[in-house]
Design a binder for this molecule. Structure first.
Ligand SMILES: Cc1cc2nc3c(=O)[nH]c(=O)nc-3n(C[C@H](O)[C@H](O)[C@H](O)COP(=O)(O)O)c2cc1C
Length: 186
């Protein structure tokens, strides 16, 4: 089993720290984990050509843009769960994460049934950021496991808050429990 974290912050900051914390707990249960730092990848904007949608739900996952998103989409398809992390920008998810989401158009029907969780961090208010992630979950017919939100501004401020760390640990454990219950049914 594998869980992929996706970090939508353009800096090494709170979002990355939160995702690493969740994945650390998951990895302690002999589940493979990988953190994808979107800022370190060449992921261009969707150009809206819609060629990836040929075949409808049976689409082959082929995008005309040749960049790192091809490998990232392959990793998402191989994983049983993903954790999306975003800094809150203007009360929404970050552009980096939204761009990533748009580029999953080539594969999204095949994400159905996978588990998804989220993190969001803002200076003052989370706004619609978690709702943005839940909409993506609903469109793709994935299963929402839960979210952790935090209020923090400076780069690694969130690491100081023990209650947030506990919530992240709890979400990591919940992902493990849900994965185990899914694998027991299969
Ligand atoms: C462009 C931009 C927009 C932001 N918009 C908001 C906002 O609407 N509300 C808020 O509370 N914080 C806002 N923030 C603050 C960030 O959410 C906050 O610094 C957060 O900790 C960043 O997460 P990171 O460390 O993972 O990058 C904004 C920051 C930036 C750079």
């Amino acid at each position: 089993m594998k869980v992929v974290g996706v970090c939508g912050s353009p800096r090494k900051g709170n979002t990355e720290w939160m995702l690493r914390r969740i994945l650390k707990i998951v990895a302690q249960h002999d589940i493979d984990t990988e953190l994808i730092l979107l800022r370190k990848h060449d992921i261009r904007e969707c150009n809206g050509c819609l060629k990836c949608e040929a075949g409808g739900a049976e689409r082959k996952g082929i995008c005309t843009i040749k960049d790192d998103m091809h490998d990232i989409n392959t990793k998402l398809l191989e994983a049983e769960a993903m954790v999306l992390g975003t800094p809150v920008y203007f009360e929404m998810l970050s552009g980096l994460l939204k761009n990533f989401i748009d580029r999953t158009d080539a594969i999204w029907p095949k994400l159905e049934g996978k588990l998804i969780a989220g993190t969001a961090v803002a200076e003052e208010g989370i706004g619609q950021a978690v709702d943005n992630l839940k909409v993506y979950c609903a469109v793709c017919k994935m299963r929402w496991v839960g979210e952790v939100t935090a209020l923090a501004k400076e780069r690694n401020e969130v690491a100081r808050y023990k209650d947030i760390e506990q919530s992240l640990n709890a979400l990591g454990k919940k992902i493990v429990e849900e994965l185990n219950s899914v694998s027991n049914v299969l």
